[in-house]
Design a protein around this ligand. Structure first.
Ligand SMILES: NC(=O)c1ccc[n+]([C@@H]2O[C@H](COP(=O)([O-])OP(=O)(O)OC[C@H]3O[C@@H](n4cnc5c(N)ncnc54)[C@H](OP(=O)(O)O)[C@@H]3O)[C@@H](O)[C@H]2O)c1
Length: 162
């Protein structure tokens, strides 16, 4: 089992859950490039991604190189593939929970790259559209709230209503 993005939040957690898996950091495989020669696996858990939502607006091509090109390269290994996508593929106007068959309509560059990345994964891949990830490492909502809660008496949290 191969885990890309081994230095990231999800990659780190997956490697803890599957200690026999082989993790690859960006230094070991920059996924904007084809897989290193001889790399083989029975299953790829592809967590490497451009996750800077605002940064994707500034550099949509850079984000696409990772989120679309990277998935293409992972799929080129020709083995079962799991990729992680996002609720940013939707525009957020639906007033009920989204289901798999709802039409995607991303509003920003990050969501567009993730949607194209889903397509690049191929029809046999598993695609997980998560809204949030929380873990003990990296930047996430829970860690941010814990940090702000330790610094301030009150924490104001904005809710985006499109
Ligand atoms: N975090 C969330 O709340 C959330 C919500 C929904 C979906 N997702 C999706 O879940 C997946 C995992 O997210 P995460 O929170 O684990 O992200 P993360 O902590 O930002 O980790 C992403 C990893 O990808 C690596 N990476 C970036 N560009 C790369 C490249 N060109 N080649 C190889 N590795 C590269 C990063 O390496 P560097 O550290 O060197 O940049 C980092 O280790 C992503 O597909 C993300 O879109 C996340």
């Amino acid at each position: 089992m191969l885990v890309t993005g081994a230095g990231g939040q999800l990659g780190h957690a997956l490697l803890e859950a599957f200690p026999s898996a082989r993790g690859l950091t960006r230094a070991e495989w920059d996924v904007t490039q084809p897989p290193p020669p001889g790399l083989a696996a029975d299953l790829v858990l592809h967590t490497a991604a451009w996750t800077d939502v605002d940064g994707a607006e500034d550099d949509p091509q850079g984000a696409a190189a990772v989120n679309v090109g990277g998935v293409q390269h992972a799929a080129s290994l020709g083995v079962p593939l799991v990729v992680w996508s996002t609720d940013y593929v939707f525009d957020g106007t639906k007033r009920e929970p989204y289901v798999e068959s709802d039409a995607a309509s991303p509003l920003g560059a990050y969501g567009r790259t993730k949607l194209h990345g889903e397509a690049a994964a191929g029809e046999t891949a598993w695609v997980v559209r998560s809204s949030w990830l929380f873990g003990p490492t990296s930047r996430n909502f829970v860690r941010t709230m814990l940090r702000l809660g330790a610094e301030r008496d009150e924490v104001a949290v904005g809710v985006h209503q499109p």
